[in-house]
Design a protein around this ligand. Structure first.
Ligand SMILES: C[S@@+](CC[C@H](N)C(=O)[O-])C[C@H]1O[C@@H](n2cnc3c(N)ncnc32)[C@H](O)[C@@H]1O
Length: 263
């Protein structure tokens, strides 16, 4: 099994190259490690595949590797282009992923209630009209005892990164804004604090939220760290795994990953 699930969605990293690729590997490793443990715990003794729904799963960055593990994966996404790319990606990998066009609000029409052992909502709550309603829709298709995996942009990191790039006023505005945005030019529609995400998770009826920070150091390191050092990336991965659950450091991660169970 390789460390390749986890999807996309880090701020400002659309086509990773060089140092960004190292950061991308670090993000992937932290999310994947948590997901792998979760899925192992959700499996029953018969070793039958799990039903996994990736809401807003886009082009299949998480869905295809999960299907490669033998799970039965459904992606629900409103973008026909993303779903077409997902189908190409799945075909190239030699797996089948069910692609359904729709939004979070369509989940109840597309899938039976309590269908999935695990529901991924990765980098989606930033874009929906109503995050609480979207999460409730995701929980409704999760079976009792199943889990929801939530990944979202961290407002604290947004402010930190904005200040470190010299935009101190933007950082101040972001921290004061309920949507976690620094202004009209901010490409991210919404960011969350860890407290707000946990609140949303509990309000949606989920229990036992575990919070991890994803990309604590990866987006802060200068590119020269990775130049001419083949070991730098693997050292960063190990550092990120430690920082992900560090009580202080996880709070400044670019993204927050929450796993929680449906009772
Ligand atoms: C930043 S991408 C994340 C894709 C993938 N989950 C990942 O982590 O790589 C956001 C995705 O959410 C989808 N999306 C936007 N609004 C949505 C909605 N209301 N319901 C479900 N998905 C939505 C978009 O089409 C897009 O594929």
């Amino acid at each position: 099994m390789t460390d390749k699930a986890g999807g996309t969605g880090a701020e400002g990293a659309s086509a990773p190259t060089g140092p960004q690729r190292a950061a991308s590997t670090a993000r992937t490793a932290v999310v994947w490690e948590a997901l792998r443990a979760l899925l192992t715990g959700l499996g029953d003794t018969s070793d039958s595949p799990l039903e996994i729904v990736d809401v807003g799963g886009g082009t299949g960055g998480a869905a295809v590797p999960l299907a490669e593990l033998g799970h039965s994966v459904t992606v629900v996404d409103p973008s026909p282009d993303s779903l077409a790319a997902l189908e190409r990606r799945a075909a190239e990998a030699g797996v089948r992923v069910r692609a359904l066009q729709g939004e979070t609000r369509d989940l109840a029409d597309l899938l039976p209630a309590g269908h999935a052992h695990a529901v991924l909502v990765h980098n989606v709550l930033e874009y929906v009209d109503d995050p609480a309603a979207a999460l409730a829709d995701a929980v409704a298709v999760t079976r009792p005892g199943g889990a929801v995996s939530l990944l979202a942009a961290n407002a604290v990191a947004g402010a930190l990164h904005r200040a470190l790039s010299g935009h101190v006023g933007d950082a101040q505005r972001l921290l004061a804004d309920p949507e976690g945005r620094w202004g009209a030019g901010d490409p991210m529609p919404r960011r969350f604090t860890a407290e707000r995400l946990v609140e949303l998770v509990l309000e949606a009826g989920l229990i036992g939220p575990e919070v991890r920070g994803v990309r604590v150091f990866a987006d802060l390191l200068p590119g020269r760290v990775f130049e001419g050092d083949p070991q730098a990336r693997s050292r960063l991965v190990e550092l990120e795994k430690t920082a992900a659950v560090h009580p202080a450091l996880s709070g400044i991660a670019t993204q927050l990953h929450i796993l929680a169970r449906r009772p």
